[in-house]
Design a protein around this ligand. Structure first.
Ligand SMILES: [Zn+2]
Length: 83
């Protein structure tokens, strides 16, 4: 069985998964009219977009996909380069 190969950049560096995440946070309003420094409630974070793969060495970005079948099903693979 072949080993899974982590996605790498054209420059040879390992790629990172980058995605925009949002966090909904609620604050109590204080008597002085400001809102509290500490959140009283944090809701679960969610992803704002699909994300992409990024290289911290040369700043290239790539789409990504998951393998659909085989012994390494559902693993990240590199897609087309994003210009
Ligand atoms: Zn690179």
């Amino acid at each position: 069985m072949e080993n899974y190969q982590k996605p790498v950049c054209d420059c040879g560096a390992e790629l990172l998964f980058e995605v925009e995440e949002v966090e909904v946070v609620t604050y109590k309003i204080l008597n002085n009219g400001w809102f509290a420094k500490r959140a009283s409630e944090k809701k679960e974070r969610s992803r704002n977009n699909y994300g992409h793969l990024t290289c911290k060495t040369c700043l290239n970005q790539y789409d990504y996909n998951f393998t659909f079948s085989g012994p390494h099903k559902s693993k990240l693979v590199r897609g087309a380069k994003i210009d």
